[in-house]
Design a binder for this molecule. Structure first.
Ligand code: FAD
Length: 314
């Protein structure tokens, strides 16, 4: 899997492949499956539909990553801020996810930090008292320390900042130790950027590391701190173990969340809702869908069939 996933990441980052994909079709089946709208208004409509029809919450994510162009960085920042305002107006959670490399970290930490503050301030302003967070995605290992530092800085400024940590990384328990003592939202994922020297080896060990981290996130110390545990996974075996642990430790279903990607295992999303759990989808919107979609192929090679079908029929 690692080789396949690495190849998918290389394809995701290739500007030439990206241009070719966008030229082939504005929105292929692959994009329609995983992208919730071409602009903020469409994405919010999708979020309203999910909330009204199924009680599923959303985190909006404007597509674009590893961006070095100053105008594009400003555009990405404004899209995230507009998403905050539009979510607030629609009476939904003001919940957005951001990639540090989309909002300035490719040009310098100062720019990225300033833009992250603008987005978090916009979220705070739009807040109508829902579960409102600006969650920092975790990208490759070169960004890890800087992303954790940014999270800490935003929290210290009283801004509603959340963080993503990757269970596959050997260093995650150390980052978790500080985070569970904060009033913050922490999304735990397996990790989409494999790096052999920094990771647990093999699926079984990564799954075990995920459960070990989940046990820390569901500790009494975390609950006392007002910490919100978020389990970003489509893996029903892991979710089952987490549900059992949460029950055993007295965590109410609304005191933590399961979060999944828009378009991935919608049946399982609905099943968890029916069981009374809080479910959120990570809802990407915008035009730059290829790097995101390529990563979904890396995680789940069967998604390549959606791409093949698009190229044959669209
Ligand atoms: P897996 O074992 O990979 O999958 C479990 C089952 O889910 C599979 O058997 C399959 O049936 C299904 N499935 C999983 N992925 C797909 C897919 N793409 N398409 C179709 N079916 C699928 N990674 C980061 O490195 N940084 C981040 O900031 C980050 N943010 C994320 C936010 C959310 C809300 C989620 C859900 C994931 C995020 N990821 C992030 C990706 C994550 O690291 C994993 O790569 C991804 O979630 C697949 O792992 P899994 O836990 O679902 O388990």
């Amino acid at each position: 899997m690692s080789l396949f996933q690495k190849s998918a990441i290389a394809l995701a980052r290739s500007p030439g492949v990206g241009r070719a994909m966008r030229a082939l079709a504005a929105r292929t089946s692959l994009a329609r499956r995983f992208v919730g709208g071409a602009d903020v208004a469409q994405a919010v409509r999708t979020a309203v539909r999910l909330r009204e029809a199924h009680g599923i919450r959303a985190s909006l994510f404007y597509l674009g990553e590893y961006v070095a162009d100053a105008d594009a960085i400003e555009h990405n920042t404004r899209q995230a801020m507009q998403a905050c305002a539009a979510l607030g107006q629609a009476g939904l959670d003001v919940h957005v996810s951001i990639d540090p490399t989309a909002i300035g970290y490719m040009r310098g930490d100062e720019l990225g930090r300033g833009n992250a503050r603008r987005i978090a301030a916009a979220a705070r302003e739009a807040s109508a008292g829902g579960r409102d967070w600006v969650v920092l995605d975790m990208e490759d290992s070169g960004l890890r320390e800087r992303t954790c530092a940014l999270h800490c800085e935003l929290l210290q400024a009283g801004l509603p900042a959340g963080l993503t940590l990757q269970a596959r990384r050997l260093g995650t328990p150390a980052d978790l130790a500080w985070t569970i003592g904060q009033r913050t939202s922490l999304r735990l994922v397996k990790g989409a950027f494999p790096e052999r020297a920094l990771d647990h080896a093999g699926r079984a060990r990564i799954d075990q590391a995920y459960l070990d981290a989940a046990a820390i996130m569901l500790s009494p110390a975390a609950r006392e701190a007002g910490f919100l545990p978020v389990f970003g996974t489509h893996d029903d075996r892991l979710a089952g173990a987490i549900m059992a642990l949460a029950r055993e430790r007295g965590w109410a279903p609304e005191a933590f969340e399961f979060e999944m990607l828009y378009g991935v295992r919608p049946d399982w999303q609905l099943a968890l809702r029916r069981l009374g759990y809080t479910v959120r989808v990570y809802l990407p919107f915008g035009q730059d869908w290829w790097p995101y979609a390529a990563r979904r192929i890396g995680e789940h090679p069967r998604n390549a069939w959606l791409l093949a079908r698009s190229l044959n029929t669209e």
